[in-house]
Design a protein around this ligand. Structure first.
Ligand code: MSP
Length: 648
């Protein structure tokens, strides 16, 4: 079966923010996942460019509407290209082919008797581009969806007979319980329809920025209602009513939307499709909204998160992972850098990245980087069976869009790997001369990483390709069939030594959102800022810049690491800090790092410390580290730096 994935088409009244990126990331993950499973896949995104809202935004910016739309549409497309989003088509509702397709659909609906002409009198919210009967408005005539003021519209209009589809829609929801995902959102749609559907005004005469209705109706003052125009993009992109070769992808597999536009997609859209005699999408997936540090994002608060700024600071793959892992699909989520950093450091760096570093280190030491799966099933049959069980359970989460659960379960594979290393302690086996056993554990972990990278590919496409290459294979449908479908193990290979994939992040990398001040806050803020004035003269413990620069801090690379006998705390390291010879550093980090996990990694070294003796061994420097109640971690450069680079 083929796969067709769509995102909503984004309004071109402002640039993309993190909420738009979220939908697009999920859609991209679904599309990549489907391709890897060998399904012929089509992935559509684009921009929604008509309607009063866009016309007014262009006017405010003093631009021609089309020029304005061109510029903003390009910012979306460029962003998705920068993010390597694997869309097959970027549709714009101002494309000539789309307009033709929409006019064709209008004719079909009209010919069927589903569109008739009448007079509309009611309220319109320009921001939501939606009509509301008086009875639904909030106090003061405000929009029940966004709270903004609405305007009274009285004009001749064509109507779509939405009321005629009430029963058919209810029957459809009943027969297809997973049409709306997550299922928890289903009832709100059903209740809305049960409350009674009114016919929908689908043309406007008070402005011109829209698709004219077909010439055959000989009524040129009418342009189409923006939602009719916009929803039809999902089929005009496939050539509906024109060149229909791509219509083989219809019905869509998953149409992703935010919860605010679920009503349009789960009620109007299916009714339009029924009127056109087209099948309904298999699933409408409605996600929640992102806030920042608990606050709604808005331009006026100045707390909007720009996807580019975050991705440049943290990496786009980390951002994808964070957004898909952190929030259960369908629920609202909060973007906080603390939560993001925790995910990077614990899930990505500790669980996944460290596992790869450990097998690079161990295989380098014990087998010249060769890894062979030959003895894995002999020594690790239980782990293989546990892995199989987890892998088999995963697909159900994915197909229900429970991506956070999918990732949570997937991470159990890494737990198996880490546990196996701890329990089987390959370094001890090597010492006992049981090399086959030690190497089997290394190979088990390599297989865990290989299978996990295939299963994680949709979410982190680039990183998983890097892991796969280090493990001697490419992410491809063929390897998916072999390693996942047939449960095969990796062929013998030489592991590539690559720098750590997920450098730990210790502090927020982008400016924190300005705090929104509530009543009396200003006074507090002034006092706070007074308090913040550095009173250098009287504060104890303050050092001068000169004193700080007297400390030589440098980037070092760990060449060797070994346990110090008779010490629970110490490791003996040989560290290259850019001098002629490596330094010996005795560091109290044994409880927190296995020696082989350190080899090849970068550290920050205090390089001009007076040498000292520890347990009779010379120590010629110190490593920077931070320790709190959760343990100790070394401070490392965010990305690899030349050995010896001074730290300022
Ligand atoms: N143009 C319509 C969609 C037409 S589809 C035929 C539209 N555009 S939009 O640009 O306003 O919103 C696009 C998507 O972004 C919606 O799914 C919306 O839910 C989502 N988001 C907008 N702000 C968001 C957050 N703060 N968080 C998550 N998603 C949010 O609606």
């Amino acid at each position: 079966m083929s796969t067709y994935i769509t995102t909503p088409i984004y309004y071109v009244n402002g640039e993309a923010h993190i909420g738009h990126a979220y939908t697009t990331f999920i859609a991209d993950a679904l599309a990549r996942h489907a391709r890897l499973r060998g399904s012929e896949t089509y992935f559509l995104t684009g921009t929604d460019e008509h309607g009063q809202k866009i016309e007014e935004s262009a006017k405010k910016n003093g631009q021609e509407t089309q020029t304005f739309a061109d510029a903003i549409s390009a910012t979306f497309k460029n962003l998705w290209d920068d993010f390597n989003i694997s869309y097959d088509q970027f549709i714009r509702t101002t494309d000539a082919a789309h307009k033709k397709g929409v006019q064709h659909a209008f004719e079909v609906m009209f010919a069927r008797g589903d569109i008739y002409k009448d007079f509309y009198e009611g309220n319109y919210c320009v921001s939501c581009e939606a009509f509301f009967p008086e009875s639904q408005l909030l106090d003061g005539g405000c929009c029940p969806d966004c709270g903004r003021s609405t305007s009274v519209v009285k004009e001749e209009s064509y109507f779509f007979r939405l009321s005629a589809y009430e029963q058919k829609l209810l029957e459809y929801y009943d027969a297809h319980p997973d049409f709306i995902l997550p299922k928890s959102r289903r009832n709100e749609v059903i209740n809305f329809v049960r409350g009674g559907l009114q016919d929908l005004s689908v043309t406007r005469t008070s402005f011109t920025w829209g698709v004219p209705i077909p010439q055959s109706l000989n009524d040129p003052k009418h342009v189409m209602y923006v939602w009719l125009d916009a929803l039809l993009n999902y089929v005009t992109a496939l050539g509906y009513g024109q060149n229909e070769a791509l219509m083989k992808f219809w019905p869509a597999s998953v149409q992703l939307v935010g919860k605010d536009i679920l009503r349009f997609h789960a009620i109007y859209w299916p009714a339009f499709l029924m009127s056109l005699d087209l099948e309904l999408p298999r699933h409408i997936g409605a996600h929640g909204w992102w806030t920042r540090d608990g606050e709604k994002m808005s331009k006026s608060k100045g707390n909007v998160i720009h996807p580019k700024e975050v991705s440049e600071a943290y990496g786009v793959e980390n951002l994808r992972y964070f957004m898909m892992r952190e929030v259960p699909f369908g629920q609202d989520g909060d973007f906080s850098q603390r939560a993001f950093i925790d995910r990077i450091n614990s899930d990505l760096s500790n669980d996944l990245g460290n596992l790869l570093n450990r097998i690079i280190g161990m295989s380098g030491k014990y087998s010249e980087y060769r890894i062979d799966s030959l003895h894995v099933s002999t020594y690790h049959a239980k782990e293989l069976a546990d892995m199989r069980r987890i892998i088999e359970s995963l697909e159900a989460y994915w197909s229900e869009l429970q991506i956070h659960r999918y990732l949570e379960e997937l991470w159990r594979l890494f737990a198996i790997g880490n546990k196996a290393i701890e329990e089987h302690a390959p370094w001890a086996k090597v010492k006992e001369g049981r090399l086959d056993e030690a190497l089997a554990t290394v190979a088990l972990v390599a297989n865990i990483l290989a299978k996990a990278s295939l299963l994680l590919h949709g979410v982190m496409p680039h990183t998983t390709q890097t892991i796969a290459r280090a493990l001697g294979f490419e992410i491809s449908p063929q390897h998916f069939v072999r390693l996942i479908g047939e449960d095969a193990l990796l062929e013998p290979f030489t592991i590539e030594v690559i720098p750590p994939l997920f450098p730990r992040v210790e502090a927020p990398l982008i400016a924190e959102a300005p705090k929104v001040l509530h009543g009396g806050g200003e006074a507090v803020a002034v006092q706070e800022s007074k308090k913040m004035q550095p009173e250098t003269k009287s504060v104890e413990g303050v050092i001068t810049v000169e004193q700080f620069f007297a400390v030589s801090l440098r980037i070092g690379q760990v060449l060797e690491a070994e346990i110090v006998p008779k010490s629970d705390r110490l490791l003996k390291l040989q560290v290259d800090v850019g001098d002629a010879a490596p330094r010996q550093i005795i560091a109290g980090i044994r409880e927190f790092y296995a020696p082989e996990a350190l080899v090849g990694t970068q550290v920050c070294v205090v390089a001009n410390l007076k040498p000292a003796k520890l347990m009779g061994m010379l120590s010629e420097g110190m490593l920077l580290a931070a320790k709190d109640e959760r343990g100790l971690c070394l401070i490392r450069p965010e990305s690899p730096k030349t050995v010896g680079t001074p730290i300022r």
